[in-house]
Design a protein around this ligand. Sequence first.
Ligand SMILES: [Zn+2]
Length: 117
Amino acid sequence: MRYVIALLAVFLAGPVLAEEQIPARYLNFDGLKADSRPMDISKIKLECTRLAKKHGVDPRTVLGKYQWGCNVMANGVCHIRYHDKPFWDNGQFITVWSTLRHELAHCAGWPADHPLD
Ligand SMILES: [Zn+2]
């Protein structure tokens, strides 16, 4: 029984603990002004398109491949829209924080093609 619980713990904790690799220099958010708004994931595409147009940016450059969140840096403020609940995608547990962290990293200078160094 103890073995089964240990195995279960590995299965349940494994994906949750997997954190996206973002170079450390883009994870310093000190002094970053952010206007971040969590919302239902069904609204992300529309709200990100709206956000992009409001700031004169091409929506296609704002929305990533997955459309879980987006960011626009405008007038020194990092505007972010992201999902308000965690969910599973392809066996990976996507937390609200992992998406917010991803978008904040972009505002901190992480290029859109997600380099690992
Ligand atoms: Zn990204």
